[in-house]
Design a protein around this ligand. Structure first.
Ligand SMILES: Nc1ncnc2c1ncn2[C@@H]1O[C@H](COP(=O)(O)OP(=O)(O)OP(=O)(O)O)[C@@H](O)[C@H]1O
Ligand SMILES: [Mg+2]
Length: 324
């Protein structure tokens, strides 16, 4: 059950995906078919799913956070509920689907790059009707993760849901993540973007959703559809457009253990900054600090920092105005 009192206010409601990750780490993690057995450096069962990782990162940053997602009635779902509650995330709005499997990911990683296999399980059964209106009414901020994985079920009611959140006074944001179908939106996404205050794609996603190859143009095109935009650029940091101009935000070049979940930790940092009253560029600086800190440990959450550590880290992140 919840790690927070049921009647308290809520800083952040995250709607999205929740599944364990089996993380396979080593220099050579490429499977060899033909029934060959390979020994790898390590394997771990950890919190996965973009929304779940972000919820933990936000909780570490001191936000009161709830997660709405769908899991199956199985040990993988129980693992997620237990781990999230232990991290102080309110799990009351996680729907357990009897007879279905919890989604699961196997990530094969050798540092900065990784190959990912995912079974969606109950994950894409989530609909807008599963989001408790009372919970949403308590939230200062509503974020949606992994839109494309949930496009068919959550998608149809999402624009109206985000509009209701905005009307109730909440700020809204969206991280679509990758589109495995390769379609990258359409009319339904247009409606969702119109009700989104902040869009948080990575660079490849920004290009593919906008249809613009040049990143500056991609950001302008996305902003024209409604939201402010902050684009994640891996080791290069991020670039954001706040309505007045574009900013480049650059973390230091530190060694990376595993970049899984860096984007989700970045999202948590940006929202923590905005909820602290920071402007977008300064909040993106905090996002880069949280994302970069998260790359120093395996999995999405093992190195997600406290607010104090993230603020200290942010002092090492440079913000400059983009010239183009
Ligand atoms: N190799 C790296 N070195 C330093 N910082 C990194 C690195 N990778 C990611 N980060 C930090 O994390 C942030 C977000 O990471 P990234 O750009 O990989 O997002 P993403 O593509 O959305 O990731 P995800 O795979 O989690 O969806 C970056 O803006 C940066 O601050
Ligand atoms: Mg991402």
């Amino acid at each position: 059950m919840s790690g927070q009192p049921a009647d308290g206010g809520l800083d952040l409601l995250i709607v999205g995906d929740c599944n364990p990750d089996v993380l396979v780490l080593g220099d050579d993690v490429t499977p060899a078919f033909g029934q060959q057995e390979k020994i790898v450096a390590s394997m771990a069962l950890v919190i996965g799913g973009s929304a779940a990782i972000m919820a933990v990162a936000a909780s570490r940053l001191g936000l009161r956070v709830a997660l709405c997602a769908a899991v199956g009635a199985d040990p993988a779902g129980e693992f997620m509920l237990t781990q999230l509650a232990a991290e102080g995330v309110n799990t009351d709005a996680i729907v357990v689907r009897p007879g279905q499997a919890t989604g699961m990911t196997v990530a094969l990683s050798h540092g900065t790059d990784r190959a990912i296999l995912t079974a969606l399980g109950a994950m894409p059964t989530l609909t807008a009707a599963d989001v408790d209106p009372a919970l949403m009414a308590r939230a200062r901020y509503v974020h949606v993760s992994s839109y494309f994985l949930l496009e068919r079920t959550l998608g149809p009611g999402l624009a109206a849901l985000l509009e209701r959140a905005q009307t109730a006074g909440a700020t809204t944001s969206l991280d679509t993540n990758w589109d495995p179908a390769g379609l990258w939106g359409g009319d339904q996404l247009d409606g969702v973007l119109a009700a989104t205050d902040l869009l948080l794609p990575n660079e490849a996603e920004a290009r593919l959703i906008s249809g613009e190859a040049v990143i500056g143009k991609a950001i302008t095109a996305l902003a024209a559809r409604g939201p402010r935009v902050a684009v994640k650029r891996g080791a290069l940091g991020a670039r954001c457009f706040d309505g007045t101009g574009s900013w480049l935000v650059r973390p230091p070049d530190d060694p990376v253990v595993d970049a899984t979940g860096a984007g989700d930790c970045f999202d948590a940092g940006v929202i923590a900054g905005l909820l602290r009253g920071q402007g977008l560029a300064e909040a993106v600086r905090l996002g880069c600090a949280v994302g970069t800190a998260s790359t120093r440990g395996a999995g999405g959450t093992s190195a997600a920092p406290s607010l104090a550590a993230a603020l200290e880290e942010a002092e090492r992140v440079r913000v400059t105005r983009a010239e183009d």
